[in-house]
Design a protein around this ligand. Structure first.
Ligand code: ADP
Ligand code: MG
Length: 718
């Protein structure tokens, strides 16, 4: 949302005039304001208010409500000191208008007796309270009015973000003066036809909008100095639309680029291939798995890359879908790569694949940190030679310049954090493999359209048959002993147990949390010497050597360890069907999605799962809204919606995670309708004019490129 010229001439104010030369600034002041991220005039104009102060509605006495801000115009009809004690004075005045009488009360403001004399007209505002039969305003804001004077129009005031040493009134003044002088210089990226089409699309989505979208200067003036709520709404709509529209144009360009500029090997299926693959599974695929496989097979048969996100709750059977897709690549004579977020998970996938493919000619390779240099070199060579058909590894390793003979498909597992930027990185290796991203954290459509805006979405809603219920219990006071007794009973029945805590050790410095936070080291000590002293308990956390982690996971998997005390390294994907009990400590420190992932670990076998949820410090699990939701629903989609409601989408749209710039004014949950409208218009424009080369669009086009060109690799369109 930028515009402007690049040359600055000494005297005249322009959009690029540095902060210190703006009216009333100077070097010292400007220094303080830079902490708000302001460098020049344009930044000032684009400093969006974070909120507004609305004038209290001017009221009639009989419509006043206790506790509700209001303002009134009236005449003082009586005024007196109720008490004159120095330091304890109390002054009261009665104000009357045609609708009735209210009382004003002032403590220790004796000067009020000079202002508020009988017959003085006043405008007062404040929050009334009922005192006896009469509404009373204590210390209202008072404006003295001449008899004839019109009541000043109450204004909506912008509230700006502040920083040390910068006052709200100073920011307001700076913004006002800057916009007065420079609003006319702003570059309009949306010509009249677009402002009209945008408005039409918005109305189609049910957005309340009169007339066309307003011009950029009107929008910014009204955003900073709104005449009324409608003008403010119109301004915001225009700016939100622009922000989302520019993003959606970039995404539409990118989608187009993927289908026209990139070339992938078509990897077609056939009845024979399909039967051969399906026969490898020890189970019947669910209906959802079959239909997603249908979508994937269609995508992969094309000559441009599949770019698909597969969402499915923990345990919905995403891996089987991935295996199908990989085998389809191999059946067509190409290689496939499967990338996991952790080494433990990579090894597990490797095992699943080798099992599924026993007695076949398909060769599966594993690339992970604990390989010796020699093993690693061998693996890389056999990938390059094409003897390895399927390569499993962590993302870091596979990105690291591996040379495939002919990579046909890339599967990225458990990666909701995986955004546009990373996928671009994957593609820049000279080949354009088909790409399947899998995520167990379902995200609302509007977020998906942003974060994964160039991606098709598939969803597994149905769970494979035979899944057991997981019972979730929020711990009550004094519940610990009972819980550990329950845990011992389950171990005695032959089950295995996870205990999860938020951090590694009491002395961790990687966390600003206080002493109260449960650490796996402390918990491990406690359990070994206490509640679980008679059992085989082991410790697992991310700081351990990969070999050590690996051997502990293997021992747990083989049942030689009964209790695994660990950090969230076990969060993703680990599959140990006999582990059916989980204790989560310090649960308030985990997000809902993470808790749900953790819970998914004990829902994998034929026995019922049990999760005990504890918090540390003074937080009670029963008072934590997130944990209550967690106890009440076991559906990942419902949880994720609740999570967005409770926390907002910020976490997911964090810049590091998604590779997308943060939204400056749009709110992806609140502005979903605008997003849909922006996407529709963007798509139809790019369909007609893929490079935005029509007359009048050059400013728009350069804004798209400036904001998204590099991030989305739109370079060759430029
Ligand atoms: P996730 O979606 O969490 O990655 P997985 O693919 O690991 O789930 O599947 C969870 C478990 O369900 C695995 O043990 C897998 O073998 C099993 N599974 C997957 N699909 C089916 C099916 N159609 N019928 C029965 N079991 C299945
Ligand atoms: Mg999985």
């Amino acid at each position: 949302m930028q515009g402007g010229t690049d040359e600055s001439d000494g005297d005249k104010l322009t959009l690029v005039t540095p902060l210190q030369y703006l009216p009333g600034m100077g070097a010292v002041r400007a220094q303080r304001f830079t902490r708000l991220g302001l460098r020049n005039a344009q930044d000032v104009i684009f400093l969006f208010p974070r909120d507004y102060e609305y004038p209290a509605p001017s009221g009639m006495v009989d419509s006043l409500e206790e506790g509700k801000p209001a303002s009134l115009v009236g005449t003082v009809v009586d005024a007196e000191f109720v008490s004159r004690k120095p330091g304890k004075s109390m002054f009261a005045a009665l104000v009357q208008n045609e609708s009735g009488i209210v009382r004003m009360l002032f403590f220790n403001q004796p000067f009020r007796s000079d202002q508020l004399v009988v017959d003085q007209r006043v405008l007062m505002s404040g929050t009334p309270k009922l005192n006896g039969m009469r509404m009373e305003f204590v210390h209202p804001k008072v404006t003295l009015l001449d008899d004839a004077e019109d009541v000043p129009e109450p204004r909506i005031l912008p509230v700006y973000p502040l920083t040390d040493g910068v006052k709200q009134s100073e920011v307001r003044r700076l913004v006002n003066e800057t916009i007065e002088r420079l609003a006319g210089d702003l570059v309009e990226v949306m010509p009249p036809s677009l402002r009209q089409e945008g408005a039409d699309q918005l109305r189609k989505q049910g957005v309340d909008l009169r007339g066309d979208l307003v011009t950029i200067d009107v929008a910014l003036r009204s955003l900073h100095q709104p005449d009324n709520p409608l003008a403010l709404l119109a301004a915001r709509t225009r700016l939100v639309f622009q922000e989302l529209f520019v993003m959606q144009l970039a995404l539409a360009m990118r989608r187009r680029q993927l289908t026209t500029d990139l070339h992938s090997p078509p990897l077609a299926s056939s009845a024979m291939i399909d039967a051969r693959i399906v026969n490898r599974f020890p189970f019947e695929l669910t209906g959802d798995q079959k239909s997603v496989i249908g979508e994937i097979s269609r995508d992969m048969s094309r000559q441009f890359p599949m770019n698909r996100l597969l969402q499915g709750d923990v345990g919905s059977g995403k891996t089987a879908v991935a295996i199908y897709a990989m085998m389809l690549a191999v059946a067509n004579g190409h290689q496939a790569a499967l990338m996991a977020p952790t080494e433990v998970l990579a090894r597990q996938h490797y095992q699943t694949l080798t099992q599924t493919l026993t007695d076949s000619r398909v060769r599966v390779g594993l690339l992970c940190g604990s390989l010796s240099a020699g093993e690693r070199r061998n693996e890389i060579e056999s990938v390059a030679a094409g003897t390895t058909d399927l390569l499993v590894g962590t993302q870091a390793l596979i990105y690291g310049g591996i040379d495939f003979k002919s990579l046909g498909l890339c599967v990225i597992d458990e990666q909701h954090k995986f955004g546009v930027a990373q996928r671009v990185a994957l593609r820049s290796g000279g080949v354009d493999p088909h790409c399947l991203v899998m995520s167990a954290t379902p995200i609302p459509r509007s977020i998906a359209m942003t974060l994964f805006g160039d991606v098709e979405l598939s969803t597994l809603r149905e769970k494979p048959p035979g899944r057991r219920k997981v019972n979730t219990y929020l711990a009550h006071d004094g519940w610990r002993d009972r819980w550990w007794g329950f845990v011992r009973d389950r171990i005695d029945e032959g089950r295995q147990v996870f205990v999860v805590a938020p951090r590694v050790s009491m002395t961790s410095t990687d966390d600003e949390a206080g002493e109260d936070v449960a650490s796996v080291e402390a918990v491990f000590e406690d359990l070994c010497n206490g509640a679980l002293a008679d059992y085989r308990v082991e410790l697992l956390h991310g700081r351990m050597h990969p070999d050590e982690k690996q051997s502990i996971m293997e021992a747990f998997s083989a049942g030689r360890i009964q209790v695994l005390v660990s950090t969230t390294v076990i969060e993703v994907g680990i599959n140990i069907p006999n582990a059916t009990v989980m204790t989560i400590l310090g649960a308030q420190r985990f997000g809902l999605a993470q808790l749900h992932q953790l819970r998914g670990r004990v829902a994998r076998g034929s026995h019922e799962g049990h999760v005990g949820v504890f918090t540390d410090g003074d937080d009670s699990p029963e008072e934590n809204e997130r944990l209550q939701v967690f106890e009440q629903t076991d559906d990942g989609f419902e949880l994720s919606e609740a999570d967005f409601r409770l926390r907002g989408p910020g976490d997911m749209l964090g810049r590091q995670q998604s590779g997308m710039p943060p939204m400056r004014i749009a709110d992806l949950i609140r502005d979903q309708d605008v997003l849909v409208a922006a996407r529709a218009l963007a798509q139809s424009m790019i369909d007609e004019d893929p490079e935005l080369s029509a007359d009048g669009l050059s400013e728009l086009r350069s804004q798209v490129m400036r904001r998204y060109g590099k991030r989305m690799n739109l370079g060759d369109v430029a």
